[in-house]
Design a protein. Structure first.
Length: 297
């Protein structure tokens, strides 16, 4: 039976530094640093595992201590990591972020070179209900993953990750089940201005994208389904501790709810709750995510 979610994307270690006072540019700031597994694809897979969804991660890490730790923690969340490639002599990717004292992202550097070693010539999808692809992959990798999903008749969800990566992969965003951009990423996918998001959504629908979930930060999101009016959902109020990983939890909760039979709007509501729970936690992937969502339901 097709029930697995196959997540194809990046795995890395997050190095997150947060200042303990208002950040002063171009100088040293007092604060705290934490190191934990991250990567968009890995985060989504870990959240799905915590939410009880059968999930398999397809990724690449180095043959190093960071790779050992990333796989150990991800497996402990309930995700199958047997399809993650260990690259001999490679270094596991890193994401280094600086947050201000309010927990908002100031700057970040992503070193994901190891993901280029991910080989997708064969992608096991016979048991897959959905393929989730993150934009950290190279163009040929996304092309192969989308083609494999199409050949296996498995729907695809695509998370653009950033404006630059959305622009690089824009030509592949067609005939997909779900795309989850913010306004700037949506503009990069379509070549339109960020303020013209409704026209951009229509462009993606015309390309065969069934659902476009436009994230607008503190203003919430718009769930746009082909043939239906867009539905606005407000953001769930939360005290910001750390914004890292909130979007990944949001998509994972959407997928988990959809697998249980929820419609796109109700699934998005669950996504907002997961994002709020993650923002209010110091963890990129909140270990008690399932319990928090259950308590709030």
């Amino acid at each position: 039976m097709r029930q697995w979610v196959v997540v194809v994307g990046g795995t890395n270690m997050d190095v997150v530094a947060r200042t303990s006072a208002p950040l002063v540019a171009a100088t040293s700031n007092p604060g705290h640093t934490r190191i934990s597994p991250g990567g968009v694809g890995r985060n989504i897979a870990a959240c799905l595992g915590l939410l009880g969804a059968p999930v398999r991660l397809v990724s690449a890490v180095g043959d190093d201590a960071f790779g050992d730790e990333a796989l150990r923690v991800t497996a402990a969340c309930g995700a199958d990591v047997s399809s993650v490639r260990r690259v001999p002599g490679g270094a596991t990717g890193t994401y280094t972020a600086v947050l201000d004292d309010a927990g908002e992202l100031v700057a970040a550097v992503s070193d994901m070179e190891v993901v280029d070693a991910l080989e997708l010539d064969t992608l096991h999808l016979s048991d897959a209900a959905l393929v989730v692809i993150d934009g950290n992959l190279a163009h040929p990798q996304v092309e192969r993953a989308v083609a494999a999903a199409a050949a296996a008749d498995v729907p695809v969800a695509f998370e653009p990750v950033s404006v630059a990566k959305a622009a690089r992969l824009a030509d592949l965003v067609h005939d997909l089940f779900l795309v989850t951009p913010n306004a700037d990423e949506l503009a990069a996918l379509t070549g339109r201005a960020p303020g013209d998001w409704r026209a951009s959504v229509e462009d993606l629908h015309q390309r065969g994208v069934e659902h476009v979930w436009v994230r607008t930060g503190a203003e919430g999101s718009w769930v746009c389904t082909w043939g239906a009016d867009p539905v606005h959902l407000p953001a769930v109020p939360a005290t910001v501790v750390d914004v890292t990983g909130a979007g990944d939890a949001m998509l994972a909760a959407w997928v988990a709810a959809w697998l249980r039979g929820a419609d796109p709007v109700d699934a998005a509501r669950e996504g907002h709750r997961a994002a709020a729970a993650t923002i209010s936690s110091p963890h990129t992937v909140r270990p008690d995510l399932a319990a928090v969502l259950t308590e709030e339901s």
